[in-house]
Design a protein around this ligand. Sequence first.
Ligand code: ADP
Ligand code: MG
Length: 209
Amino acid sequence: PTVIAVLNQKGGSGKTTIATNLAHALKRDSYRVLLIDSDPQGSARDWNEASSGNIIPVVGLDRETLAKDLQAISQGYDWIVIDGAPQIAKLSAAAVKVADLVLIPVQPSPYDIWACADLVDIIAARREVTDGKPKAAFVISRAIKNTKLSGEINQALKDYGLPVLKASTTQRVVYPTTAAEGLTVFSDPSSDAAREINALKKEVLEVLK
Ligand code: ADP
Ligand code: MG
């Protein structure tokens, strides 16, 4: 399977929101998708239980043995989406190791962007020993509708040397309200929120080509 790790050591950056919604978008394309919850807080597991596991299978793997544990259970899936853990650098490093693509959700604020430095270092270190694997990109999370990113924000992201996806999520109440029921924005597949997640999925597929 292809492994997408949604990582950022900052809590509240949008990891679980993007991981659950992106996983569902892939499943709607008839792919077999497994969501790995690497956060010891278990948000993705809680999400899954809220809908009695009706959308995507979720497995908790929140130890540094992630790579080995994942190998044992990933057979039969087309995609593995890893919902990242906050703070724990060793878990992020373990996820970077198994990832084909690291998505870094980041809110368009300087504090959030500065907080990515450690993760970007972990990715760079991994790339040095693997000839450039994994791919990695920022995804703007919770953007305010109809506002352009400021030049400063764009520049700060560019300074990390990783691309910023064109797709983003905007601030919408439908993200927390659907999550509370263990669902995703595809509860209404024709909504603007569903459209932005589909755009994200499409861009992810292109990046991985
Ligand atoms: P993380 O997993 O990185 O800690 P979450 O995905 O849990 O971040 O998001 C943090 C909070 O922000 C949650 O309450 C979530 O529902 C909310 N949130 C995330 N993305 C959006 C969005 N695009 N619009 C509105 N609320 C959002
Ligand atoms: Mg989370």
